[in-house]
Design a protein. Structure first.
Length: 689
């Protein structure tokens, strides 16, 4: 009996063991199949896209309904694994996630799953934020057919209403059916619950605008903006000098700026020389561009690196072979007529080993008065000039690698070494003196000039973080440009990223906030570069130095706000009291290149209306009032003012001579008319209040 009872038990046990083995074999087979099929991220992305389309209908719907219902713009590995397990994905989810997470940050974005649908939804988000500034309620009441007293939770939108409203409002990207199916939970109706992401995006947009306005106001108070682009102005200035001094900037340098041949100048010298040359445009801004290392002194190589390098090599050759300028001039002056013409100099320079183009540059730099002759007095400054060592050095990549390795060993990261040792002024510029001192500090002073030349490939006379660590430098420069563009400054950007106001941001919070506000760069790499202490936490002091860097633009651009643009144009172009008021068509030409929201009133009309009133057309909170009608620019002779401006305003009638003459000739009311005039009776009944 016992044997009979034991037989079924052993059979069940063996069956369980066989089932486990089969499951393990199937899992191992799936794992090996996934490893073989997912050779790279594109293969994994194609498999996941096909699976999500089959399971949910589209990648965007799977993202909004399953992966990211909280509108965080990213999904963690835990959420991804949970969804793939619930969806019964045949592939190994761990390997799939690892292939898709190329930066190793532990999160995925919609951009990494499907770039096309991610771009479409991003454009749709920006469109909705621009059109529906009040968020979900504004969207539901404008697109859905409802009464003003209907609760927003009871309003629903059909696909036909959704499609027609988008086309009416100017949506040009199409794919309305894809967007509707992705947002609607039942693919039949849109509700306020389905549009939760819009409220999140509107709040993010308002925070960005607030931070950007604060940064812009702070910048205006500090008077850091310049009227013109200083880089373009400096280029125009150098072109003027070349034209005035025969095509050589070094000759202009010696004749106009350094008359004592010191080959370096201070700021007062530069300002005085510009005044004598009659140049008044952005002189101080040009000085800050020329003084790349911010040491208060500009040298000839900072002014014209190429010609300064050629002149420095000629100087080195003279000292090595002739010991003095006097001896060198005697060798150059073959016919002993006390001057050297251009042909004789170029022939002698060719014998010295200089190429014809370089010899021509040297001759132009030495011919101080552009007479076609070089006298001994023109060359005497070479006896006292001490050019920097890197001007005559050859690139030594081995020495550069040694300097970088020792800096990394001592400071732990290149950014920490950059901030503490190389760039003490925090302007992303390292001068030759700072680099030389850093080489002495780490014990690599054997060939510091060669290491400098190997690192400084731009030939600008200064080093940047990109020259020392290109990866971290590019990541920080990209983050800095994005922060300035979106928030006005890096400091205000940090206040937005620091959601809880603790002045501490972890790697996860940093990457999550960057993704949420639209940063598409390497957020993880930027955080790692900024975390110089290795604490895993960033504070304001850790990133505020980026505001001192020179970005891709010379300064912050004013926010594209119609009101601010109107104020700026009003301030710069406001006519005097004696001048005639500008007509509306003239105002249109003034602001023709301004951007304003589609469907809004042209800013020219508001500017013209403001000038016609003693007080500007604005509410107490600074916003513009609602408008009675839009202006028809096809016939701008009559336009309706905003609500605060009363009746229709004839624009050209006031300046028409015949109209003024007709008004003067119109008979005035007589005494009988005035005596018989009775004011209308005021009805004080409740109904007419």
């Amino acid at each position: 009996m016992a044997g009979l009872r034991g037989a079924p038990v052993s059979f069940v046990a063996r069956s369980a063991i066989i089932a486990k083995r089969c499951a393990w074999q199937v899992a191992s087979w799936q794992r090996s199949m996934a490893e073989d099929s997912f050779e790279d991220a594109s293969a994994a992305r194609a498999f996941l896209r096909k699976f999500l389309v089959k399971k949910e209908g589209s990648v965007l719907r799977a993202w909004l309904q399953r992966l990211d219902p909280e509108c965080e713009r990213l999904v963690t590995e835990q959420k991804f694994m949970r969804y793939m397990r619930d969806a019964k994905c045949p592939a190994e989810a761990v390997i799939l996630f690892e292939k898709l997470d190329e930066d190793g940050g532990g999160e995925l974005s919609l951009q990494e799953l499907d770039e096309v649908e991610a771009t479409l939804f991003h454009d749709f988000q920006e469109f909705c934020v621009a059109k529906f500034r009040r968020g979900i309620e504004d969207f539901m009441r404008n697109i859905g057919e409802c009464n003003a007293w209907d609760p927003i939770d009871e309003v629903t939108i059909t696909f036909e209403q959704f499609r027609d409203a988008l086309q009416r409002l100017g949506w040009c990207e199409g794919q309305e059916d894809l967007l509707f199916d992705a947002m609607s939970a039942d693919k039949q109706l849109l509700t306020s619950e389905n549009m939760k992401w819009l409220g999140v995006e509107v709040r993010r947009s308002l925070r960005k605008e607030k931070a950007r306005q604060a940064a812009f106001q702070e910048q205006r108070l500090q008077e850091r903006r310049v009227k013109y682009n200083p880089s373009k102005t400096l280029l125009e200035f150098k072109q003027m000098l070349k034209k005035k001094f025969g095509g050589s900037l070094v000759r202009a340098w010696r004749a106009a700026f350094c008359t004592r041949n010191t080959m370096s100048m201070q700021k007062p010298q530069f300002l005085k020389a510009c005044a004598e040359l009659g140049w008044r445009k952005d002189v101080r801004a040009m000085w800050y561009l020329l003084d790349k290392d911010a040491n208060g002194c500009v040298t000839v190589e900072e002014f014209d690196y190429e010609n300064a390098q050629a002149l420095a090599r000629f100087h080195k050759y003279i000292l090595q072979h002739f010991r003095s300028v006097e001896t060198a001039f005697k060798v150059l002056d073959v016919d002993r007529n006390l001057y050297v013409p251009k042909e004789e100099f170029e022939a002698a320079a060719g014998r010295m080993g200089f190429e014809p183009a370089v010899a021509e540059q040297i001759y132009a730099a030495l011919d101080l008065k552009a007479m076609g002759k070089i006298f001994e007095e023109d060359m005497r400054f070479l006896d006292t000039w001490k050019p920097r060592a890197f001007l005559t050095a050859e690139a030594n990549h081995a020495a550069a690698d040694q300097v970088k390795s020792r800096l990394l060993k001592k400071y732990g990261s290149f950014l920490r070494a950059w901030r503490l040792c190389l760039d003490k002024s925090s302007n992303n510029m390292c001068s030759w003196e700072e680099f030389r001192d850093a080489c002495k500090e780490v014990g690599c002073q054997e060939d510091a000039p060669g290491a400098w030349v190997a690192l400084e490939s731009r030939r600008a006379g200064s080093l940047t973080l990109q020259d020392v660590d290109p990866t971290a430098g590019e990541a920080l420069a990209e983050f800095r440009d994005w922060a300035v563009e979106q928030f006005g400054s890096v400091k205000t950007c940090f206040t937005v990223l620091d959601d809880d106001g603790s002045n501490e941001v972890t790697p996860f919070e940093f990457k999550q906030a960057c993704r949420a506000y639209g940063f598409k760069g390497a957020a993880k790499l930027a955080f790692k570069a900024l975390d110089t202490n290795g604490r895993g936490i960033l504070s304001t002091d850790d990133i505020s130095f980026l505001d001192e860097w020179t970005g891709s633009e010379s300064g912050l651009e004013e926010p594209m706000d119609v009101g601010l643009a109107e104020d700026a144009l009003d301030a710069s172009r406001a006519p005097s009291k004696s001048s005639r008021p500008q007509a509306l068509p003239d105002m249109v030409k003034l602001v023709d290149e301004l951007d304003w929201q589609e469907g809004a009133l042209h800013p020219a009309f508001r500017m013209w209306a403001n000038r016609k009133r003693k007080k500007p057309v604005r509410k107490p909170d600074g916003s513009l009032p609602p408008l009675l009608a839009q202006v028809d620019f096809g016939d701008p002779h009559l336009a309706k003012r905003p609500v605060l401006l009363l009746a229709p305003v004839p624009l050209h009638g006031a300046r028409d001579k015949e109209a003024r003459r007709a008004r003067r000739q119109k008979p005035k009311p007589g005494l009988d008319t005035l005596l018989n005039f009775r004011s209308p009776r005021i009805d004080r009944s409740y109904r007419n209040i």
